[in-house]
Design a protein around this ligand. Structure first.
Ligand code: MTE
Length: 319
């Protein structure tokens, strides 16, 4: 996320580098104390496809229920302009991300379930109902894209996992492999990347696990072999390269919330009326173009999801 010390609207988009690591005071002090020589660069620094991958994305039929109000973003843009801090804090991490081995890939399902399990990615995919969906994506940094994702409804995985009735949250955790993901050697980040949804969100029809995009297996830089896709929330909720699904009765503290809780909260629903503390959220730039569009509440998915948040006036739903 944005690491810049200037307010977002004072920067050209091209300079608004990765979502940002705007370190909280505790982490900064710890890091500075441990590695004094690195203090200078903090303002910046914070600031192959695996050939064995055989995801059956080609034949998945498009679900016509989910339509776009804008052109699909060019594949070249969506796959080369990424946020993936495990591989660096710039947008151009796509080459570095090819180091991630996406086969074999084992997924652990644990916590408040009838029976914890581990399952290989291909065995999991064979059990899931695959389809293609066109979804908008809105990054908290105010850029947006529209992508044909292939994958399966998260609800199908939840049903397979058989959570206990007492489970309230689904926590999703990225792999931990500092030997291939050099960003994970940066000890001031709270690795591994973690995100969470309530059970109502996780079983909502829009919550999707993407395993492909543009009719092909999803590339490592976009979150191979499986990533969350929740289009009504800011992009940082869409955790990439998930290795663990944990059911819990405790609300998790997510990666960005841990780093800068005053800017990145649990709910993170898109809302143009609630600015980020450092920039406006009123408009968004379409990736690969200079076009700016007005941002829509719930990223345009209000008719699907607004009812999830009824009677939650006390919550900070939009950060
Ligand atoms: N997941 C992991 N593990 N690490 C990350 O840095 N970045 C998030 C999200 N998921 C991130 C992540 C952010 S901030 C965004 S906007 C989207 O991934 C970007 O997805 P894209 O690169 O496919 O556009």
């Amino acid at each position: 996320m944005l690491i810049c010390s200037k307010r977002g609207w004072e920067l050209p988009e091209s300079a608004a580098t990765p979502e940002g690591v705007y370190l909280n005071r505790r982490a900064l002090l710890q890091a500075a104390a441990a590695v004094p020589l690195l203090v200078g660069p903090f303002s910046q620094a914070f600031a192959q496809q695996n050939s064995a991958q055989q995801t059956s994305v080609g034949g998945a039929a498009r679900n016509p229920r989910y339509t776009l109000d804008r052109p699909v973003t060019g594949e070249d843009y969506a796959t080369t302009y990424n946020n993936y801090v495990e591989f660096g804090s710039q947008k151009s991490i796509w080459k570095a991300a090819q180091k991630l081995p996406v086969r074999p890939w084992t997924i652990t399902i644990d916590g408040m379930v009838e029976q914890p399990m581990t399952i290989g990615i291909d065995d999991l995919l064979a059990r899931m109902p695959m389809e293609e969906r066109l979804y908008r994506h809105r990054c908290v940094e105010a850029w947006a894209m529209a992508v044909p994702w292939t994958g399966f409804p998260l609800k199908a995985l939840v049903e397979m996992a058989r959570p206990l009735g007492s489970a309230k949250y689904l926590v999703m955790t990225t792999f931990q492999k500092p030997e291939v993901a050099s960003g994970q050697k940066q000890f001031w980040y709270p690795w591994p990347y973690v995100e969470g949804l309530t059970m109502a969100e996780a079983t909502h029809e829009l919550a999707f696990i993407s395993t492909g995009m543009y009719g092909k297996p999803i590339p490592p830089q976009n979150g191979a072999p499986l990533r969350l896709t929740v289009p009504w929330k800011y992009g940082f909720k869409s955790v990439k390269s998930i290795a663990r699904f944990t059911f819990s009765d405790q609300r998790p503290k997510s990666f960005w919330e841990e780093i800068q809780g005053s800017e990145y909260g649990f709910w993170a629903n898109v809302n143009p009326e609630v600015p980020h503390p450092r920039w406006s959220q009123k408009t968004e730039r379409m990736l690969g173009t200079d076009e700016r569009r007005p941002t829509l509440i719930y990223n345009g998915y209000g008719e699907f999801v607004a009812s999830l948040y009824r009677d939650m006036e006390g919550e900070k739903l939009f950060m």
